[in-house]
Write a protein that binds this ligand. Structure first.
Ligand SMILES: [Zn+2]
Ligand SMILES: [Zn+2]
Length: 304
C-alpha cells in the first residue's frame, strides 16, 4: 500500500468516525469515544478578512463565512462534531443558520458538516463532488450538493458576486476556488496548504502537474492584493501561492532526477529533500516521506 493510499483511507476513516459520533445512540461506543476525544479541545475561532468575510479556524479545512443583509454563506464546514461550534462562531458574528454552503472539494475535513448544515442550506459544489459523495453509502442525502456546476458559477449575496471556479485535476478532480469579488478574498481549498507540503489525492483524479498549473493560473488571474484563505495554514496572500509553486516544482524536479538516476525510493526518502524543507514544509499532515511517495507515484504514472 502506498503512503497516499493510506492517507486517503485515514481521511475517509476520520470523516466516518466524525459522522458516527454525531449520529446518535445507534453507534458503536468505541468509535464515538475516539471521535469525541479527537475534537474535544477544538475551538472554532473567527478572523476578520475583509468586508463581510471572516475565516473560521477549528479542525480540518479553513472555513470562509460572509454575514450580511442577505444572511450567511459558508465555504466548507469541517467535521460534523464541530457543527454546533461553527454555528456558535457564526452567531457571534451576528449571523443565523447558513443559507448556502459551498464545498471546495469532497474530502471529509471540508464537507463533514454537510449532514447538519444541508438541512437548512443549499449546498453548491462541482459535479464531481456530488458524484464522489453520492458514492458513499454512509452519507445521508441531505449532505449532498443540490446545485452542481462544471466550470464556473456565481452566487450574488451580501452585496457582491461570489464566483466559483473549477480547478481541474489538481488536489482532486473536483476542486473549486471561491472568489469574493468585492471583498477581494480568495478561498483556495486544498489547492493551497500554506507553507506545508500538500496532500494530492492521486486516487481521486489529482496530479502534481495539475496542482502546479492551477496555482499558476491563480497567480496569473488574481488581483495582486487579494487575501488568500488556504485549505490549511494561515490567512495570507499570493506570496504563499508563489512559494508553494516554487517548492512543489523544486522538490518534484529533485525527485524526478533521483528516479532518472536509478535511485531507489527508500534511498530518496533516506536522503531527504534538503534541510530547508524537513522542519517546515514537512512538519504538517504531509511529512517529507509522504510527499516523496506522492511525487514518486505521480512521476512514475505520468513521466518526468
Ligand atoms: Zn483538507
Ligand atoms: Zn482535501
Amino acid at each position: 500500500m502506498t503512503g497516499s493510499n493510506s492517507t486517503g483511507q485515514r481521511l475517509i476513516r476520520a470523516a466516518r468516525l466524525a459522522m458516527l459520533a454525531a449520529a446518535g445512540p445507534l453507534l458503536l461506543a468505541g468509535a464515538a469515544f475516539a471521535a469525541d476525544d479527537r475534537f474535544s479541545g477544538v475551538k472554532v475561532e473567527a478572523i476578520h478578512v475583509n468586508g463581510p468575510v471572516h475565516m473560521l479556524t477549528g479542525a480540518g479545512g479553513n472555513i470562509a463565512v460572509t454575514v450580511g443583509e442577505d444572511g450567511v454563506l459558508i465555504v466548507d464546514d469541517q467535521f460534523l462534531p464541530l457543527a454546533e461550534r461553527i454555528q456558535g462562531a457564526i452567531n457571534e458574528l451576528g449571523g443565523d443558520r447558513p443559507k448556502f454552503v459551498l464545498n471546495t472539494h469532497y474530502h471529509g475535513d471540508h464537507v463533514g458538516g454537510n449532514p447538519h448544515f444541508g438541512q437548512a442550506a443549499t449546498i453548491i459544489a462541482h459535479s464531481n463532488v456530488r458524484t464522489r459523495l453520492a458514492a458513499d453509502a454512509a452519507l445521508p442525502p441531505v449532505a449532498l450538493p443540490v446545485v452542481t456546476f462544471d466550470d464556473a458559477m456565481s452566487v450574488h449575496f451580501n452585496g457582491e458576486e461570489i464566483a466559483l471556479f473549477h480547478l481541474p485535476a489538481g488536489h482532486t478532480d473536483g476542486d473549486s476556488a471561491v472568489w469574493f469579488k468585492s471583498s477581494n478574498v480568495l478561498h483556495l481549498g486544498d489547492q493551497l496548504f500554506s507553507g506545508r507540503f500538500p496532500y494530492i489525492d492521486l486516487d481521486a483524479g489529482g496530479t502534481v502537474q495539475g496542482y502546479i498549473a492551477n496555482l499558476e493560473a491563480v497567480l496569473e488571474s488574481a488581483p495582486s492584493d487579494v487575501r488568500v484563505i488556504p485549505g490549511h495554514g494561515p490567512l495570507g496572500g499570493l506570496n504563499a501561492v508563489r512559494e508553494a509553486v516554487s517548492v512543489i516544482q523544486a522538490t518534484r524536479a529533485n525527485v524526478a532526477k533521483s528516479i532518472a538516476d536509478g535511485i531507489a525510493v527508500e534511498a530518496i526518502i533516506k536522503a531527504g529533500l534538503g534541510a530547508e524543507y524537513a522542519d517546515s514544509w514537512g512538519s504538517g499532515f504531509i511529512t517529507e516521506e509522504r510527499w516523496i511517495r506522492i511525487l514518486v507515484r505521480d512521476i512514475e504514472a505520468r513521466g518526468h
